[in-house]
Design a protein around this ligand. Structure first.
Ligand code: TYD
Ligand code: MG
Length: 483
């Protein structure tokens, strides 16, 4: 990223994707970005960094790919299963991990806990803090039950001073909280600006690679993308992981959008407790623990978080509306999707929901964005409307289309297996998934082609007899009778 003297010119950078243009053009010209934030002026660093890149010394030996050992990468394994899974087995030497998330989600807590794990193994961790005072970190560590032995706090924002300290004390892990607070003296703009974040990130990355020391960077992202910074780092770091809060709940999901050492479909599930983030190793079990048996208006759905199936309970409450327009409230489900599903259930499913207020909620404060949760939402509404509970051992998944057809869901077998593992014995699923799903022992698969068929199979008779509007080809008969 070093520019030669003649092309060290001011450029204009997008605050979202980090794309640079030589000319001011108002907004990011990249069609893939489409950011609504205006471009910002980025002045180049006055002093060129010492090396163009961490490995450009010109003395690197050639290595044949076939001779390299894939296992030959020093890993620091963490005791936590969830965090190891997300990182691809542990912390890779020399890797740079960007941990992002909204303010208050628990980034500093997780980083201090990671520091605590390593300190327990007798390793030294350097915690660079630009946001909180050492005293505040001490209070947090006390809450988390971390003694603090082996964790060294450096309240500093100047990158060059930080790098000097790092060379001096050679820790096993460096934590920078947060990257937005760092600055390089040579860069004209203020901390948190694109230029500062990029230059600081670059210098830390070079240090990590040359010293083979892992570095964790915390970075804030707000919903409106207003804070400049972390996204410009995404291109250079090895792992980008988001810590997401689930609506109002205490659950947190750690999810990668980039991982050079492992899969991005692995997710870690945590719960924010009084003792910090604790692992939820069996999230399905935890989510169903509070379940009411045979509750009216509840349906259990196996959703996928990354590659991981998770059983969640969708609840619906319908009650006659007293206002001029019936209300629809969705907690944990998309509002527009809820409007569509209630309309499809009324018009194609034979459920008279037109005069009903509908409230849909996902238990545990989770947010479901998968279309596979469509059919459970419809069945939960149907159950509430008909005041009849779904069978306790029944789970359901499937996408719903505007014609009332039930469309296939990806990874049907994974979902069915997770349901079977948790003791479910019946599963209503799309007929189009017939080829992909084998019933696990003790599990009966009930295939449906339409919403109407699903309501009939799940709740039996009692739905109003509107003429079928589903094309006959979509009305697939099932080999099994209703539950
Ligand atoms: P924090 O790690 O400071 O968030 P971030 O660094 O992402 O801004 O955590 C903030 C919240 O976590 C704060 O509102 C309090 C809560 N919290 C707990 O509930 N339990 C705990 O043990 C700790 C340390 C924090
Ligand atoms: Mg913090």
């Amino acid at each position: 990223m070093v520019r030669s003297a003649e092309n060290q010119r001011t450029v204009f950078a997008c605050r979202d994707c980090g794309n640079e243009t030589a000319k001011w053009s108002g907004f990011c010209p990249s069609p893939a970005c489409g950011s609504a934030l205006p471009l910002v002026e980025v002045k180049p660093a006055l002093k060129a960094p010492s090396a163009a890149s961490w490995n450009s010394t010109g003395r690197q030996p050639l290595e044949e790919l076939s001779q390299l050992d894939p296992e030959d990468r020093p890993l620091i394994s963490l005791p936590g299963q969830e965090i190891n899974r997300v990182l691809g087995g542990g912390i890779v030497a020399g890797s740079v991990v960007l941990l992002t998330g909204e303010p208050g989600v628990g980034k500093s807590t997780l980083l201090l806990q990671i520091a605590g794990y390593l300190a327990c193994q007798g390793k030294h961790v350097l915690y660079v803090t630009g946001e909180e005072s050492p005293h505040q970190i001490k209070i947090r560590s006390q809450r988390l039950g971390i003694t603090g032995e082996g964790i060294f706090i450096l309240p500093e924002s100047d990158v060059d001073t930080i790098l000097e300290k790092l060379d001096e004390c050679r820790p096993a892990l460096v934590i920078v909280d947060s990257i937005q607070t760092l600055y390089c003296r040579e860069v004209a703009s203020g901390p948190g600006s694109v230029a500062q974040v990029r230059e600081s990130g670059l210098r830390l990355m070079r240090w990590a690679k040359s010293s083979h020391t892992p570095v964790f960077l915390a970075g804030h992202v707000t919903k409106d993308g207003g804070v400049a910074g972390p996204r410009v780092l995404e291109h250079m770091v090895d792992v980008v992981t988001y810590l997401e809060a689930q609506d109002a709940g205490a659950y947190r999901i750690l999810r990668n959008t980039k991982n050079r050492f492992g899969s991005t479909s692995e997710v870690g599930v945590f719960e924010m407790t009084g003792l910090g983030l604790t692992e939820v190793t069996d999230p399905s079990k935890a989510m169903l623990a509070q379940r009411y048996h045979e509750a009216v208006g509840a349906a259990v759905v196996p959703v996928l978080e990354g590659n991981r199936p998770l059983m969640l309970e969708v609840q619906a409450l319908t009650s006659p509306s007293h206002g001029p327009t019936p209300r629809r409230v969705g907690n944990g489900v998309d509002y527009n999707r809820l409007l569509m599903l209630s309309a499809v259930a009324s018009r194609r499913g034979g459920l008279d929901l037109a005069g009903q207020d509908i409230i849909v909620n996902v238990a545990g404060g989770f947010r479901i964005s998968e279309p596979a949760a469509d059919l459970p939402v419809v069945l939960a509404m149907a159950s509430s409307l008909l005041n009849r509970a779904l069978k306790n051992d029944l789970t359901v998944f499937g996408e719903v289309g505007l014609s009332g057809e039930v469309r296939p869901a990806p990874q049907a077998q994974r979902r069915v297996q997770e349901a079977a593992r948790l003791g479910f014995s019946h599963c209503i699923l799309p007929a189009a998934n017939r080829e992909q799903a084998d019933p696990p022992p003790g599990m009966q698969l009930i295939y449906v082609g339409s919403v109407r068929e699903a309501v009939q199979k799940a709740l039996g008779d009692g739905i109003s007899q509107v003429p079928p509007e589903i094309p006959p080809a979509l009305r697939q008969e099932t080999a099994l009778a209703g539950v």
